[in-house]
Ligand binder design. Sequence first.
Ligand code: KPL
Length: 306
Amino acid sequence: MHTHWILGPGAIGRLLAHSLTPFVDVAVIGRRALPARQLLTTPEGEVHAQHLTSLTAEQLAADAPVPPAFVHITTKAMAAETALESLISIIAPSTPLVLWQNGFYAQPLITQTWPGPVLCATTTEGAYLTGDDGVVHAGRGHTYVGDLNNQHSKLAETLAKTLTQAGLAATAVDDIRQRLWQKLAVNAAINPLVALHGVRNGELRGDGFVNQVVAVVKEVASIMLAESIQPPNNGQGEEAWLALVWQVIESTANNKASMLQDVEAKRPTERGAILGPLIESAERHGLGCEVLQGLDDELAVLEASF
Ligand code: KPL
């Protein structure tokens, strides 16, 4: 029986744990253990109770555990590296990691520093927590897995097969870098604006915001071109990016974006993983990024007030 450790008991971590538990041996690792009896509400509204193994890193270390086949890191982007450090003395350096973070911060960092295989996953599965013992699988999506240097395609295929068997449709891909940046582009156009203005995604369609969305996408599109990231849906440049952003705004109109949820909970945002790589890239390529920099500065001021 393969062992999957899930480091970070947030919504995606718990959705993974619920889905994988009937098929593989799973341990959820967090700063504190969760109640053993956990509830999953399916997209169809059914509620399933399941016992999940939940431990702290200290408890795991004391147990002399079976080496894991995969360690999934499902923390926020800026917390992934520190979370991994908590397992350094427990897992072999050859252990395969799977990074589920938004943006493009944790992925290159950990790929460069971890000696073993590092897979990256990007998912459109929708999930949110309802407390210490509940997660809602709000909408089914698709997960893509691959590694940044295309050296572990077999491993990505094995993982995609396991996820699919567990009910989370997944595909192994050889262009995960493109996919991570494409998601980052959409996140950059939506998340900072809704977080700063305290609005749901759909409100960006209003007169007060349209020009701001267009201004962000203009800078993002030129950065994507410099990074050789293909515009979505076989489209051309800025127009294709803008079309995708409006499409996501439409389909997630009622959502409170993750960055808005962080701001409301007075948690640090993922600006460093979303705006950070864009600003760094713009500087490297000599491109203007005043709008992105302005959003990052405003978010920094807001975070400092928490
Ligand atoms: O992924 C998202 C997020 O909330 O982080 C978007 C696409 C903005 C949808 O809410």
